[in-house]
Ligand binder design. Structure first.
Ligand SMILES: CC(C)(COP(=O)(O)OP(=O)(O)OC[C@H]1O[C@@H](n2cnc3c(N)ncnc32)[C@H](O)[C@@H]1OP(=O)(O)O)[C@@H](O)C(=O)NCCC(=O)NCCS
Length: 174
């Protein structure tokens, strides 16, 4: 179990999300492949639902790690997004999303992207609130949590540098 409240503690399995979408012409670009922004939107929604199922609070996206689309997703393909909570911290949670494309005629599948997002639970006034602990059931759950903790350290350091740069720019402008 990670740090956090024990009330409402849940396994990653309890909040897992499977979301299936069809890439329609309106989701595509002029090249006939999916618009990356649409895939990012689906990723955000799937990850948010997993986190909200975990904490049953309002959640906001604090960050989305780099997205790398390893293979094109063509218009007409089916897209399956599998999201789960990898780790919980004090008021934040990391959700991992695996995105696979599926050719609807042949069933052939490809892993196109994996994304990691952080959501913060908030009360009705927008103040961060503690989230329930994550109960790790399997070795895979433990590996995911271990990796999520490493990613968090890198992510928060990058956010700190960016925040300082932004503040410095704002001060320069007066
Ligand atoms: C994300 C946000 C709530 C953080 O608020 P904050 O005032 O920095 O609050 P805190 O410093 O108390 O941090 C709260 C949690 O957010 C985490 N956090 C803050 N910035 C983060 C970032 N860039 N990436 C990941 N986690 C982050 C902190 O680590 C902390 O988690 P913890 O309690 O589990 O340790 C705030 O920046 C915000 O509201 N951003 C806009 C969110 C939004 O509107 N998203 C939709 C897209 S625009």
């Amino acid at each position: 179990m990670t740090q956090g409240g024990t009330t409402g503690a849940k396994t990653p399995r309890a909040s897992r999300v499977v979301m299936t979408e069809s890439v329609l012409p309106g989701d595509g670009n002029p090249l006939g492949t999916a618009f990356g922004g649409r895939i990012a939107q689906w990723i955000d929604v799937a990850a948010a639902i997993a986190c909200q199922r975990h904490c049953r609070q309002r959640v906001v996206t604090a960050s989305m790690d780099d997205l790398h689309f390893l293979k094109p997703i063509r218009v007409g393909m089916t897209v399956e997004l599998r999201a789960q909570v990898n780790a919980t911290f004090r008021t934040s949670m990391e959700s991992g999303v695996r995105i696979e494309s599926e050719n609807p005629l042949t069933g052939e599948r490809a892993h196109v992207c994996t994304a990691y997002l952080t959501f913060v639970a908030q009360d009705e006034k927008g103040r961060p609130v503690p989230v329930p602990a994550l109960v790790l059931e399997t070795d895979e759950d433990r590996r995911r949590e271990h990796d999520a903790k490493r990613r968090r350290a890198v992510r928060l350091e990058r956010a700190r540098v960016k925040r300082e740069r932004l503040l410095a720019e704002t001060e320069e402008r007066g």
